[in-house]
Design a binder for this molecule. Structure first.
Ligand code: WT7
Length: 636
């Protein structure tokens, strides 16, 4: 039992050391005690990073939905599993109990089965953040179909690429979606995508917005009548530990998106374990992760991790700015949320607005705050800590990737002392290493290098769908016998990790390696600055020089730009050193971002280098108009 819920730092170190000394025993104990197996494994782990091939709990049989649903019926049937908060605050919240969720998943699974969908078939799910999204993926898992969720903010081209790459024959979508003031005509985006998806045979349509849609004969089917007629019980298909559970796409900066393949048993064990520890989850908590289920954060920490623990997981359909910038905090107060998990981009956006939007609400229920997705700059960290957590809720800066399936580096709240911008320590079972360019491990503390993982963990992706060679080349070829994350990190004097940014974004100036995060962090400390992104451009003497793109807060509007430039460079010189001063500073209305909220430095680099003829894959871009504007005003 004691391994499963860490309660103080000493215990963390004990558990960590044990997990590293004998990882197989460590994960076996956890798997034995906390999950429901149809049959236990023959072997805990076999692995070979040179192929690469990793198998956890080989020989075990299970169904993840029996762990997320059935087993809770004895003790938690009437407990809320999913607490749905609609886009429109005037529409009622829905408390879906474990009993109801079990029934809805069973009905949905029966529909899929009766429509000829079988174990191993790929089902694309393109739905807004409504309960049917969680129900749909669990229904797939119930019958062993592989879900491939595509974020419903993606365009028809991005959707079509993912459907085709994943060889999906079925799609589950909705008539429309609500996002703040807007109603989006999702079905017509799907119709457009399906024009170039000859493989799709059936499209099941959920009614949400009652928008008029065109239903194509023989292909499109309204879901509700089928659900109404389906049986409310459905036997779970027994799966092998290593059967794929889902495919989820992550966009490489070049080439087509990668469909990461996640499998069943290891993913379940790791997401449940990390959820419980990182969020210090207790039985009566109300946990809320604001991510979309279209991202790995939503898969692991809205659906699978929380439900495997029998938790109440809030699912929010809307946006942080509707009906006003207080919406997040209104929801925290309304449902007495205990854990709140969001992204730096959201924190920065809210920090720009008037503080009264936060102060209006009672946030005293909060115990743990989380952040994920990008390095969180120091100023945003303090804003979050002071105004949301009232210095009383530890911040878990959680580092992970679509590829890692679950959180790899994070403080254990109330155990690990936190420091702004540091994701701190690896979770038990996670063996990190920092490497230099020549492939040598950099040992000791107060060092910086490329972040790698040198031992398998249960929730790691097993492949890229349809392209195992690419999986190998992308993650296992850079350093022998190691998984390469693509990120740079530093390890401080006490062994804490700080992520410094993507290695592709590292800039070498006069022979010094500069990560983007620490410099942007210094820039963002300036009271007039809202957000910033820096990139390198060629320079005759230094090799490279720095170009900064900066958006201003209200406080900065109307200020003299040359003075601001001087002040910002002074800040950088003070915090980092004169070497990191920016040669060019462009003030702009916005920064190009992915739909998941990450700054796309790759595009900014091309603009800084005056090389804009081919911007690469921009299908995941959130705000194309910003790119045009930045280009038009570039300092060349
Ligand atoms: C990349 C993975 C994993 C959830 C959503 C993103 C960056 C993620 C942090 C953090 C600094 C972070 C990394 C990573 N990242 N979390 N706490 N601090 N950087 O998933 O889209 O697969 O992106 O996001 O660069 O490699 P993803």
């Amino acid at each position: 039992m004691s391994n499963y819920h860490i309660k103080h730092l000493e215990e963390y170190w004990q558990v960590y050391r044990k997990s590293v000394r004998n990882p197989e025993n460590f994960w076996e104990e956890i798997a034995e005690e906390h999950f429901l197996w149809r049959k236990k494994w023959d072997k805990v782990l076999s692995w070979d990073f040179s192929k690469p091939e990793v198998k956890w709990f080989e020989g075990a049989k299970l169904n993840i939905t029996e762990n997320c649903l059935d087993r809770h019926l004895a003790t938690r049937a009437d407990k809320t599993a999913i607490l749905f908060e609609p886009n429109n605050p005037d529409e009622e919240s829905q408390h879906i109990t474990y009993r109801e969720l079990h029934e809805r998943v069973s009905r949905f699974a029966n529909v899929l089965k009766s429509q000829g969908i079988d174990k191993g078939d790929r089902v694309c799910v393109y739905l807004p953040m409504i309960p049917e999204l969680a129900v749909a993926i669990l229904a797939c898992a119930r019958i062993g179909a592989i879900h491939s969720v595509v974020f419903a903010g993606f365009s028809s081209t991005a959707l079509a690429t993912r459907i085709n790459d994943c060889d999906c024959e079925t799609i589950i979508c909705s008539d429309g979606s609500y996002r703040g003031k807007k109603t989006i005509d999702l079905k017509s985006i799907v119709d457009e995508a399906l024009e170039s998806c000859p493989g799709i045979k059936k499209s099941f349509v959920v009614k949400r917005t009652h928008t008029d849609v065109v239903m194509k004969e023989g292909r499109d089917i309204w879901l509700q009548p089928l659900l109404d007629n389906a049986s409310p019980t459905c036997k779970a298909t027994v799966m092998d530990a290593e059967d794929p559970l889902f495919v989820l796409y992550t966009s490489g900066s070049t080439g087509k998106p990668k469909g990461m393949v996640h499998t069943t048993a290891g993913y379940m064990v790791y997401t449940a374990y990390s959820f419980k520890n990182v969020f210090q989850y207790r039985e009566n908590d109300i946990y809320w992760c604001t991510a979309d289920i279209g991202w790995i954060t939503g898969h692991s920490y809205i659906v699978y991790g929380p439900l495997a623990n029998g938790a109440t997981s809030v699912m929010f359909e809307g946006v942080p700015s509707y009906p006003d910038y207080g919406r997040f905090w209104e929801i925290v107060e309304k449902h007495k949320v205990t854990q709140f998990y969001t992204a730096p981009t959201a924190i920065r956006a809210l920090a720009k607005e008037n503080i009264s939007y936060v102060d209006k609400y009672d946030l005293s229920s909060l115990k743990v705050l989380g952040t994920v997705g990008e390095p969180i700059n120091e100023e945003a960290w303090h804003w979050y800590n002071d105004n949301v957590g009232k210095k009383n809720s530890p911040i878990a800066d959680t580092w992970f990737q679509t590829e890692t399936g679950g959180i790899m580096i994070s403080p254990i709240p109330y155990s690990t002392p936190t420091i702004p911008t540091y994701a701190t320590l690896p979770l038990p079972g996670i063996q990190l290493a920092l490497m230099d360019e020549n492939g040598k491990e950099i040992k000791g503390n107060q060092v910086e290098g490329r972040l790698t993982i040198k031992y398998p963990w249960p929730s790691m992706a097993r492949s890229i769908y349809g392209d195992h060679e690419r999986y190998k080349n992308t993650y296992f070829n850079s350093f022998e016998n190691m998984y390469f994350t693509g990120d740079g990190a530093l390890r401080d004097a006490v062994g804490y990790y700080r992520i410094t940014g993507r290695v592709d974004d590292v800039i070498i100036i006069s022979g010094h390696n500069l990560g983007t995060a620490p410099i942007e962090d210094a820039i963002n400390e300036h009271p007039a600055v809202a957000e910033s992104a820096i990139v390198g451009f060629p320079h005759d003497i230094k090799g490279n020089a720095l170009y900064g793109y900066i958006t201003l807060k209200e406080a900065g509007e109307g200020r003299d730009h040359d003075n601001l430039r001087k002040e910002i460079n002074q800040l950088i010189a003070d915090r980092i050193g004169a070497i990191a001063k920016l040669d060019k500073i462009q003030f702009t209305q916005g920064l190009p971002k992915t739909r998941s909220g990450k700054i796309m430095r790759r595009i900014l680099r091309k603009i800084a280098c005056n090389d804009t003829s081919n911007l690469g894959d921009i299908s995941t871009l959130l705000n194309p108009e910003v790119v045009k504007d930045v280009m038009a005003k570039a300092i060349i």
